[in-house]
Design a protein around this ligand. Sequence first.
Ligand code: GAP
Length: 439
Amino acid sequence: MEKNENLMEKLVSLCKRRGFVYQGSEIYGGLAGTWDYGPYGVALKNNIKNLWWQKFVTDREDMFGLDGAILMNGKVWEASGHVGGFADPMTECVKCHKRFRADQVGEKCPDCGGAFGPVRQFNMMFKTQIGAVEDSSATVYLRPETAQAIFVNFKNIVDSFHPKLPFGIAQIGKAFRNEITPRDFLFRVREFEQMEIEYFVKPDEWEKNFALLQEEIKDYFKQVGVTFSDISELEVPAEDRAHYSKRTIDFEFEYPFGRKELCGLAYRTDYDLSQHTGASGQDLRYFDEAGGEKFIPHVIEPSLGVDRVVLALLISAYTEDELGGEKRAYLKFNYQMAPIKVAVFPLLKNKPELVEKAKEIYLALKKEISSVAFDDNGNIGKRYRRQDEIGTPYCVTIDFDTLGENPELKDTVTIRDRDTGSQERVKVSELTQFFKDKN
Ligand code: GAP
């Protein structure tokens, strides 16, 4: 399908209609830069996160999981450089007083045509107070990246597990940024999730490990089902790199609103561990038994925004075609990513014998396969359309032949394929295996 202008509108509306994503605080008029994931959105996001965790943590021997606190001692962010430097250039319209990112607007306000005031640096960290006393010693920040929890736990992991270099610490969790202009649905939000790895290496082995992780990221996107030809790699020039990075590759995706960053891969050198060594007074060096020396390892960091992967996958999966002479829209998720793998219907909702049999088959399938739905709302055509929009790869219908009206077809059901609309008759006893083979 050609990506058209209305694609974002269509996606936002489908996501709301079908229970993927709702506007944050919607009944109060919303809160800019926040979105709430509904039942199918949570399922999709979990599939994206689970695949990442399985691929980068569970299936490997050199990765350690972590789930650090969102609130951290304020000194962490001073040492990391975020208090001093995690800022975007901001400008304000002198007429309507709307604020914009200075690097994203022209000379006049896009809303009212007014002139802009001077550009100033705006720190993007959300500040809050801890405890009952409101003084500066009680100031803490909502973390703007999950990475720092990994650096401050480096010594804990080394002391508990004695890993050999290279090894990584991985974390999935919320991050918060007070973006000046949140926009483009899930793309630029103020509260989002990151999947990050800090991969610790010997200083002279960073290039080799950078290249290995670069390939793994590409492989992950292939498995998720993001349109691979719409991903490109950008070597970020030195002047655009974060303060800690000596090399960064941005993986960009062709979103309908332009080619934009999907995730990043950075060589953070020994910057963070050195900074925390200096600020905390703790010895964060690693003792290399083979070489008999202590040194601060260097770090390669793949950092993926979960919400940007969700959006790229929704865009990749959204398909319009004609089936049986009718136009339709559907989400072409692969089996592993689909929030619902199989939907089970009774042909008619007002025939108790059909509903009972359908429920029995549904419950049996549910024990064997995760994410099976029972759907008896509306007529069969409406159910297919709903399941197509949810991205359900297979629908199973229980009809009178299942019950034995045609004795030759007793205990068989029809399975309808989402992409082709084609149907086949399969024995109930072979259903589970049928879906297991598709996975
Ligand atoms: N620890 C490194 C780091 O945080 P980053 O490039 O600032 O690097 C990493 O962010 C990833 O987090 C981005 O590639 C993007 O996927 C995601 N991300 C960053 N800001 C975001 C925002 N405002 N909304 C959604 N995702 C965001």
